[in-house]
Design a protein around this ligand. Structure first.
Ligand SMILES: Nc1ncnc2c1ncn2[C@@H]1O[C@H](COP(=O)(O)OP(=O)(O)OP(=O)(O)O)[C@@H](O)[C@H]1O
Ligand SMILES: [Mg+2]
Length: 345
């Protein structure tokens, strides 16, 4: 893969209207210098491409998530490189990464840690959740109790065992993978916990050229040998710097009611039982800011919001049973909410 222009979303390059109240020439970046998040994404993409062909949209989502400190759910059919992509991404950042394979017999303490006896004293032995990047693989293969232990940690930023609380490291990013819920032997994540995920990103089958190119990668047996070639190109400090840049992204006053309007409309749709939460609105605005920066802008456009609405909102909606029967899905509900909300001019 060459170091081409970052992937952009349709319609996301230009302010949709004068209300965005800024122009590219006002950007805070010095002429010739690459905006921080654009440069960071390019470096990461170049490394990840050594192991994963394509899936750049998903990678862009992972970079946006780590830039705003949000957790991501990767969903897709078996064998489309969900795990490989998460591992390659973590390998490209100088972060401490742990992988937890979720199985039906995994216990909460296998995730969070346990008290063990050492020299006659009870000491806390940290579980694999104590890492900067935690890959929670096949999270819906474990029963709710173990899922809950992890999701509690991700919301609180700490783990409590026997009344004592232990802080998780910073940054802390959870990447969870799951097969679509209709697969056998899965435990769907509870709605309240889904709301804590910033985005659900769909990992889809590759294009034909990508699938062919993927076969040409160096392998050891069936394992991807090129994962070892992925170099660390982003430090924890750079990620924190990127976060403060994203935080500083300009948001015109019309954007706020646009975001809350979309979120509130998801609650009013007749087919929806549980709509998006206020937290979902916070998440949508944060992702829109990161998207703006990934496109090299320092201000949010309405398209930054609408382009991310499905990824940020759909997994939080619960539809009424009759809508489920009609095969109406949450992404369609989000699209309906977006379509009903007037775009700021
Ligand atoms: N886009 C791709 N680029 C490179 N290798 C790929 C790609 N898609 C699939 N592969 C190959 O397929 C293998 C399976 O990928 P991986 O284990 O990451 O899938 P998964 O989506 O996590 O599957 P599961 O849902 O079964 O856990 C990879 O190790 C790799 O060899
Ligand atoms: Mg996997």
């Amino acid at each position: 893969m060459t170091d081409a222009e970052p992937q952009s979303r349709p319609g996301a390059q230009q302010p949709a209207s004068a209300s965005a109240s800024a122009s590219a020439s006002e950007a805070t970046v010095a002429p010739g210098a690459q905006p921080v998040l654009v440069a960071l994404f390019r470096r990461v993409r170049q490394q990840v491409a050594k192991a994963v062909v394509g899936q750049e949209q998903v990678l862009e989502g992972l970079v946006a998530a780590v830039a705003v400190g949000g957790h991501v759910l990767l969903e897709g059919p078996p064998g489309v490189a969900k795990t490989l992509l998460a591992r390659a991404f973590a390998a490209s950042c100088a972060l401490d990464m742990r992988r937890i394979q979720f199985t039906p017999d995994l216990l909460p303490s296998d995730v969070t840690g346990t008290l063990t006896l050492r020299a006659g004293e009870l000491v806390f032995r940290k579980g694999p959740v104590f890492a900067n990047v935690v890959l929670a693989d096949e999270i819906n293969r474990t029963p709710p109790k173990t899922q809950a232990a992890l999701l509690e940690a991700m919301q609180e930023g700490r783990v409590s065992v026997e009344g004592e609380s232990h802080e998780l490291p910073s940054p802390f990013l959870l990447m969870a993978t799951q097969n679509p819920i209709e697969y056998e032997g899965t435990y769907p994540l509870p709605e309240a916990q889904l709301d804590r995920f910033l985005m659900k990103l769909h990992v889809r089958y590759p294009q034909e050229v990508e699938e062919t190119a993927m076969l040409g990668l160096r392998r050891s047996g069936t394992a991807t040998a090129t994962l070892a070639d992925v170099e660390q190109v982003v430090s924890a400090e750079e990620l924190l710097e990127a976060r403060s840049v994203v935080d500083g992204t300009r948001v015109a006053s019309e954007i706020l009611p646009f975001v809350s309007g979309i979120v509130r409309r998801t609650r009013e749709l007749p087919a929806v039982e549980l709509g998006a939460s206020p937290r979902a609105g916070v998440h949508l605005l944060a992702v829109a800011k990161a998207t703006a920066r990934l496109a090299g802008r320092d201000y949010v456009t309405p398209e930054d919001v609408t382009d991310n609405a499905v990824a940020v909102l759909a997994h939080r909606l619960v539809l009424k049973p009759e809508a489920d029967l009609d095969r109406y899905d949450p992404a369609e509900a989000v699209a309906a909410a977006v379509a009903a909300q007037p775009v700021p001019r």
